[in-house]
Design a protein around this ligand. Structure first.
Ligand code: GLA
Length: 357
């Protein structure tokens, strides 16, 4: 048996920048998906997870999307084959500690877990970046979600007590120490997020349209001063303002992290949420309420929606000594305001599937 652990991720700053060739700060979580697998000689691929019916396909058969959870694993197999690898029969058992639909990338964790497992089992020479790209390609082409590289890179490269700084144009990854005495609190809005809802692809198209109108290859190439001087239509202009602002906030945040300044980092997170709310319109009334409530708690440095948006969770950066009171205060105030009894999880930046690479 070969065992792999691929974590979920939390996006700390840099919302929807990845497919705009921009910059992102994230962390792998200490929650994720464990995969146990082995090659088999009966010519079958058998994928199983507690609480789901096992999925079985003959190893020689062309794979098709089913709309089920197993697509994230089978997509990796199909992509490896498209890259010229032979994938014989194997078994893989998945066990997750990640809440699904919370925007913490359980799908990327499954893709990365499968890719690393097959890399080990088949002795494939794939670099960590190639593993992440394999996962993204499976999601883009097999699952049919046009995501960027953030989720898979975080799950591969995460490192304990470090943030991941990804430059999506240069395709470089840097690990930056996360300040001590600070915890990440992830609070679910209780409204599931669904990337396949079409909104994600719509935003992506609007960003590409903004870049085209500005005459640049990607929004990465625009500063907020240049954007202010350009005359874009209102909607496309606000979408661009979000991406351009996010890139600038990430550049500033990297410096704050290096200086160990959690308070300044937190302020940028809250500004990011405000931009999601006004400009990118990928927030929800519930996420707005959570951010407002969270940032009013003593010891909370900042909070924002995390991931694609349109539901899911917020992430707050909280002084460790204030954590328990903040957690209880947020949950009680949110329930009083919305009637939703939700959950909060305390996370720490954790190791990725290939943390040592
Ligand atoms: C989702 C996508 C990522 C990224 C974020 C938004 O998590 O999978 O690629 O675009 O949304 O930053």
């Amino acid at each position: 048996m070969t065992r792999v652990f691929a974590p979920g991720r939390v996006e700390l700053l840099g919302n929807h920048t990845d497919y705009n060739e921009g910059v992102v700060l994230s962390a792998a979580l200490d929650l994720g998906i464990a995969v146990n697998g082995a090659l088999s000689d009966d010519g079958r691929i058998v994928i199983s997870s507690e609480g789901f019916a096992p999925v079985e396909v003959p190893a020689g058969q062309a794979l098709e999307r089913t709309g089920e959870w197993s697509d994230y694993a089978l997509g990796v197999v199909a992509t490896l084959r498209a890259m010229g690898a032979e994938v014989p029969g194997f078994t893989a058992q998945y066990a997750s500690t990640l809440p699904a639909g919370a925007g913490l990338s359980s799908s990327a964790a499954m893709e990365v877990g499968t890719a690393v497992l097959l890399r080990e089992l088949l002795g494939l020479s794939l670099t960590p970046l190639e593993v992440a790209k394999l996962g993204r390609r499976a999601e883009n082409e097999f699952v049919g979600v046009g995501c960027g590289l953030l989720d898979q890179v975080s799950s591969v490269f995460g490192r304990r007590q470090h943030a991941i700084y990804l430059d999506c144009r240069a395709e470089t990854v840097e690990r930056i120490p996360f300040p001590a005495g600070v915890d990440l609190l992830i609070v679910q809005s209780g409204v599931a997020h669904a990337l396949k809802g079409g909104e994600y692809d719509e935003r992506r198209a609007q960003c590409f349209e903004a870049a085209r109108r500005l005459g640049v290859p990607a929004l990465r190439d625009v500063s907020s001063a240049q954007l202010a001087a350009a005359a874009l239509p209102d909607l496309v202009g606000r979408r661009a303002a979000h991406i351009v602002g996010e890139n600038e906030r990430v550049f500033a945040a990297v410096e704050h992290l290096r200086a160990g300044d959690a308070a300044a980092f937190g302020r940028l997170m809250t500004a990011s949420h405000e931009s999601s709310r006004r400009n990118f319109e990928n927030s929800t009334p519930q996420l707005d309420a959570l951010v407002e409530i969270a940032t009013a708690q003593p010891g909370v440095y900042g909070a924002r929606l995390t991931g694609g948006g349109f539901g899911g969770a917020i992430v707050a950066v909280v002084a460790s000594e204030a954590l328990e009171a903040a957690r209880a205060g947020i949950l009680a105030a949110y329930e009083a305001r919305t009637g939703i009894a939700t959950q909060a999880i305390v996370c720490h930046p954790g190791d990725g599937a290939l943390a040592d690479a």
